[in-house]
Design a binder for this molecule. Sequence first.
Ligand code: SF4
Length: 391
Amino acid sequence: MTLSVKQPPYKIPTYSLTGDLLSYLTCGLQYRYHNRGALPPSTPVQLWFGEFIHGVMEEAYLRWKAGKLNKFPCDWKPDVWDIETTVDRHRLSPKGLTPPSNLFDRNGVDQRIASRRAVSSLNVWGPELFPLIDEAEVRLRGIRALRPPNLQPRADYYEVQGVVDVLGSLTLSRASASNLIVNALKQELGDLSKLGPSFEVIVDYKGMRRPANNDPKWNQYAWQLRTYAWLRRMQPQSLPTAAGVLLFLNELEPSAEDISHLQEEVRAGTTDVLPVGADLAALSTWSKKSKGKSVPPPTLSQDYRVKRSIRVISVDEDSVQASLKNFDHTVWEIEGGVAQEVRGIPIQQAWGMPYLHKHGPPPIATCTACDFKSYCPILAHTGKQPPVSVP
Ligand code: SF4
């Protein structure tokens, strides 16, 4: 009697929107080492702050819902500090994420920038957003055909996964006319009544500044929210999705570096939310150094900072389909790297060069904070050398 050999299970590749597709688009080679090779970054500043601010907003929402946080604006101590320490001790430390000391004082003596951003994010967006929230941390998944050109696909489909930070629902008859999120939606989409009596909004927190409109991230975040909208529409219990909303939380408390980038973008015309009046005057005249000494950046008006902090993403069918196509192409590129590695091509060649030829080198700030810069073939090829220190 011949015993049949058990066939290996049929598996389709799974891609996370943030952990795979956006990471790959930041740098294909870095993605290979960190995400597919599971090498943790040695100085995960961005990773820590992103998880911290997400954790603060989620924990604050849970307390608000339970009636334990009912007064806005909240003070740093005791309210927000208590949330921060809970997030640090119970969510981030168990994952091995330790706060960079220049961002966060674990003893709570000095209110450093991560704590200032936590207070501003809660006080600006908490009262506007929390009453609209239906669900937080909503997991979405769907499948797409996998048809990379010039490559034998390893499956017919791939799975795309994402976690929406916040799913808000709005019933127009009950929406407050002064709500900042409702007003931003009206400004971008016009008359909201055309969307029906009730609809959903997908909200994503970003622990970063608003990207310039010539930064690849400007489009990539729009693709991300439009893909969420596509995934959400397939869930039977969903209401119509009106739009995506990105909240760039660093804009509420910008660092000197952020203000310097803003100054350059205003001069170059590469930002869409422009300063006027006193903000424009302060930005135009600020110089980082005077007589060899550092000059602190100007404090921009609250109104301007809030405007820069929110971006509404339309989710009409054409733009959703275009975004899905862009992510299909990203998956094809990753599948190409996997196939090359399977054929024995060295990692740097399989991932570094195809990425460089398709996207060009990543921004120098990405390379400066990268663990692989000392032996990176992309940097060697382009002749770029980032500063040695890690910011
Ligand atoms: S140094 Fe720059 S190009 Fe090289 S792997 Fe790191 S991020 Fe990518």
